[in-house]
Design a protein around this ligand. Structure first.
Ligand SMILES: [Zn+2]
Length: 462
């Protein structure tokens, strides 16, 4: 005997719908984990029994680029001056201390912080695969499985972007350097061994690793994967129709080393290796030439911007407007988790363009909200998520409009208020797949998120 899926309904005072935009009095119904009906203009009295959602309700937010363990560095790396490269040294020190148990505790707390911020799906760019010295755990996917478990315990969906990481960088003469020190934990020897290990995660034919989890792949960067090793990664993603991500041109030094090594830009190297396409996402895409922009846009590769991390690490400002005009969808990620706030990431795309060009209004609030919702989910392989529409996954994020930051918001510009002024602290409730995860600003699965973060970070930093 099969029982029919649970039916739930919500009545949103205001909801942002793809197409019509912000609508008033929206009745939203779901059966199990999918929406069945979405109707605007339904007076509250006509929806008895529906859960009332005050404020502005959005679809679930997708955090398309995360390295969960970087959260332990927040604040610490702000002391002194530093560069991207000194930051990386501190990051390696944190990586050195993690094992599957401590990683589960840390990632669970970090993902719970994300849930509180309205994130319903995370793309975890995962490269910390093996034990100290590169010695495999009894289960070679023990670290990846810890992340899958962490996401389940925090109540969000995950795309595990299992990352191929083979070289420690490119020498000044442009030769791939061997992995050393903490980097040994990242490596699988070669891309075939990478593929064998990922295959042992046993995705189903659609790439699913469980109801809440999907398998994806990543090429860390042209610094870490020689072009001759990229094909097995691309081929593995083709088998499952899985997403394929890569860091692209975050630093000028990467471009210079890549030119010295391969006589082409990182984007051109990835293009020639067959990495660019509608299932691929290029993260940062900061230092691009006009022809790089054409390669990405023409292949419909998504560009994932992480403006708070890019500002934190002094990376630079990527050509977001040019990429979008060339055909690349945009998504956002909190990457190093200098902060976890997708409203800050989304408006960061527009605000950095304003600073770089002296012009406002290159992206509308609607464009930026799409990057944080439907486009983010699509680049993580979750088509049919990130919008409030019949058939889509039943994810809802309600932002209070009566907080100090948003008080005075009007119905006509509620989306603009939220995209340009809300913070993660304004998220009041979160529903993932029809199930409440955050209610009245409280996480229902992780009792005390600050305590969980603090204990996990203390455990890692010692
Ligand atoms: Zn990253």
């Amino acid at each position: 005997m099969t029982s029919s899926p649970a039916v739930r309904s919500w009545h949103a005072a205001l909801a942002w719908l793809l197409g019509p935009g912000v609508q008033r009095d929206v009745l939203i119904e779901a059966a199990g984990d999918r929406f069945t009906t979405v109707r605007a203009g339904v007076p509250p009295a006509a929806a008895p029994g529906a859960v009332r959602l005050q404020g502005l309700t959005l679809p679930g937010l997708a955090n398309a680029h995360s390295h969960a363990f970087h959260r332990a560095l927040r604040g610490i790396t702000q002391a002194g001056q530093g560069t991207f490269w000194t930051w990386r040294e501190r990051m390696y020190q944190v990586a050195e201390g993690l094992d599957p148990d401590s990683y589960l505790a840390l990632a669970r707390a970090v993902y719970a912080e994300m849930s509180l911020a309205g994130v319903t799906c995370v793309g975890e760019f995962h490269y910390l695969h093996h034990g100290p010295g590169g010695v495999q755990y009894a289960d070679p996917n023990a670290m990846g499985r810890a992340l899958l478990r962490a996401a389940a315990q925090a109540g969000l969906r995950i795309t595990l972007l299992d990352t191929c990481y083979l070289a420690g960088g490119l020498s000044s003469e442009g030769r791939p350097e061997p992995l050393s020190g903490p980097q040994l934990r990242f490596g699988d020897g070669d891309a075939r061994h990478w593929a064998d290990r990922v295959e042992a995660l046993a995705p189903d034919p659609h790439g699913m690793l469980g109801p809440h989890a999907r398998a994806g792949a990543a090429i860390h960067s042209v610094r870490a994967v020689p072009p001759g090793q990229m094909h097995p990664v691309v081929a593995w993603t083709q088998r499952y129709g899985a997403p394929l991500h890569a860091h692209l041109s975050e630093q000028r030094a990467e471009n210079e080393a890549c030119r010295a090594a391969y006589g082409a830009s990182p984007a051109a190297v990835l293009y020639q290796a067959g990495v660019l396409g509608p299932r691929s996402t290029m993260v940062h895409a900061t230092h691009l030439t006009p022809s790089d922009v054409e390669l990405l846009g023409g292949s419909r590769a998504c560009a994932c911007f992480c403006p708070t991390t890019e500002a934190d690490l002094a990376d630079g400002i990527g050509p977001a407007r040019a990429l979008a005009s060339a055909g690349s969808p945009l998504s956002v990620g909190s990457d190093s988790h200098a902060v976890v706030d997708l409203f800050a990431e989304a408006r960061g795309i527009e605000l950095t363009q304003r600073l770089a060009t002296g012009q406002r209004g290159q992206f509308s609030a609607d464009d930026l909200a799409r990057a944080a919702t439907v486009a983010g989910h699509a680049c993580l392989g979750w088509a049919g998520a990130g919008e409030i529409a019949p058939g889509a996954l039943a994810d809802l994020v309600t932002v209070a409009l009566d907080t100090p930051r948003l008080a005075g918001a009007t119905e006509a510009t509620a989306l603009e208020s939220v995209v340009f002024a809300a913070t993660a602290a304004d998220v009041r409730s979160v529903v993932v797949g029809g199930r409440d995860v955050v209610r009245d600003g409280r996480h229902l699965l992780v009792d005390d998120v600050p305590a969980a973060l603090s204990a996990a970070i203390r455990g890692v930093l010692g």
